[in-house]
Design a protein around this ligand. Structure first.
Ligand SMILES: *Cc1c(COP(=O)(O)O)cnc(C)c1O
Length: 450
């Protein structure tokens, strides 16, 4: 489908542009929405070009506004572990909506959800629902501060915990002293309470704890990082953090917004058998509706109002549509342990196939995979943290991304995001992806400018 867009040039001539629908919609969107998007990762800034506007999806096939179909490896950045428009989720939302879309009062659905979360993640003795992963992480550190009476938090460079002020702090050169805001709008006052350590580097954490003795309320991390590409913890790293938190009486917070209910029914905690004090959730827990949650030890969670003095609230928290969608998705995962086995097998098949193709074409790469999260870094280095992730060749990724897109494969539009696989991917789809990579890699190589 083609759209004529009539534009006025600077010297007042009228010109007509022939656009496809995504291009047309992106121009329209930019007139009303900053950058044309409601979240920056969608704008294709890392890969260039025009973001694809989507119309519908089923399983692992997504259809854009021009009617093009793609095999989806983004899965809405994680939630679509059972594929798009999973029948039980769709039905749950439909059924719930007839009984009102919100009460702002307690419902039985919220108990069912909390019970199921505890069943799947046993150390979540108390859980509270919120509306996004950002809210979950923001609230978890408030609770940790309220519980310990301490103010500072330690996070890791390149880990993402949503866009609350405390998390938008970069290490900079003074990594071991004061944090520096990495976004205008974040005050120095906030930045000074956020300390940055290096992921997979226990020494960097120990130094910060020693330097700030008695002041660190919590250590928060992605137990498997997804937000600088997929980076698993090195052996002993999570165990080491658990020990350090116990020694320094700091709350260990696992941000399982990506990994929760994905790496196992009990998330990264179950997969690595290291158990945090507080855990945050998002993405999968809402079945594609806006849901986040945080929970953990009763003793810690009981500092929250109305039991305790730490304030935390939400008009739409525990919303009936969101709870219904989340319950349908989580109970499906709970009742089908074989889905995790299948996801593991499919991810392994894809990863091995990709490695074979990459090797054949003599590409420098490092692949990380943990369960159904995969990243290819175009670098010779082993990628274990922020610095090594940044050695990835972004130009090569851009070229590869667009060649894959042309061949009907929708990858995350950034070299620093993980691919998320879904149960609905078939062997035929995985093979089609491998064939696309087979074609795309030599072309990307030939277009690459040294
Ligand atoms: C996506 C994400 C968040 C933020 O969740 P939103 O729902 O986007 O606010 C927090 N932590 C991690 C690890 C995430 O991947």
């Amino acid at each position: 489908m083609c759209y004529n867009l009539v534009l006025k040039t600077q010297d007042s001539r009228l010109i007509t542009m022939l656009l496809n629908k995504s291009e047309y919609l992106f121009k329209q969107a930019q007139q009303f929405i900053p950058g044309g998007v409601n979240s920056p990762a969608r704008a294709f800034k890392s890969v260039g070009g025009i973001p694809v506007f989507f119309k519908k999806a089923k399983g692992s096939i997504i259809t854009d506004e021009d009617g093009n179909q793609f095999i989806d490896y983004v899965g809405s950045w994680g939630p679509m572990i059972l594929g798009h428009a999973f029948p039980a989720v769709v039905k749950a939302v439909q059924d719930a909506s007839f009984n009102s879309t919100s009460f702002g009062a307690p419902t039985e659905l919220e108990i069912k959800m909390a019970e199921l979360v505890q069943q799947m993640v046993p150390n979540v003795e108390r859980v509270r629902m919120v509306n996004s992963g950002t809210e979950a992480c923001m609230s978890a550190i408030r609770v940790a501060r309220g519980y310990t009476g301490k103010e500072k938090i330690i996070k890791f460079e390149g880990n993402y915990h949503g866009h609350a002020d405390s998390f938008l702090i970069q290490a900079g050169s003074g990594a071991l002293t004061l944090g520096k805001p990495s976004s205008p709008g974040v005050t120095k006052g906030t930045a000074k309470d956020t300390l940055n350590a290096d992921y997979n580097d226990l020494d960097s954490v120990e130094k910060l704890l020693k330097k700030n003795k008695g002041k660190v309320a919590a250590i928060i991390l992605e137990p498997v990082v997804g937000n600088m590409g997929c980076i698993p913890p090195l052996p002993g790293f999570l165990e080491g953090l658990r020990k350090l938190c116990d020694e320094h009486e700091a709350v260990l917070i696992f941000d399982e917004v990506m990994t929760g209910f994905r790496l196992a029914r009990g998330g990264a905690q179950e997969r690595f058998d290291v158990w945090a004090d507080l855990v945050t959730f998002g993405k999968i827990i809402g079945g594609g509706l806006p849901v986040g949650a945080f929970g953990g030890k009763k003793e810690i969670m009981d500092v929250i109002a109305p039991v305790g003095p730490v304030y935390q609230a939400g008009t739409l928290s525990g919303n009936p549509l969101a709870m219904s969608a989340g319950l349908a998705q989580l109970s499906t995962l709970e009742n089908h342990p074989e889905y995790y086995v299948e996801l593991e097998e499919k991810s392994d098949y894809l990863a091995k196939g990709l490695q074979h193709v990459l090797n054949q074409h003599g590409i420098d790469y490092h692949m990380n995979r943990e369960g159904s999260m995969i990243s290819i870094f175009f670098t010779k280095d082993k990628v274990t943290g922020f610095k090594t992730a940044n050695t990835t060749d972004q130009q090569f990724f851009r070229l590869f991304f667009h060649e894959m897109l042309k061949r009907g494969i929708y990858l995350p539009p950034s070299p620093f995001e993980s691919w998320f696989l879904a149960t609905t991917l078939t062997t035929a789809m995985l093979d089609k992806t491998l064939e696309a990579a087979e074609d795309a890699l030599p072309i990307a190589k030939s277009l690459y400018k040294k």
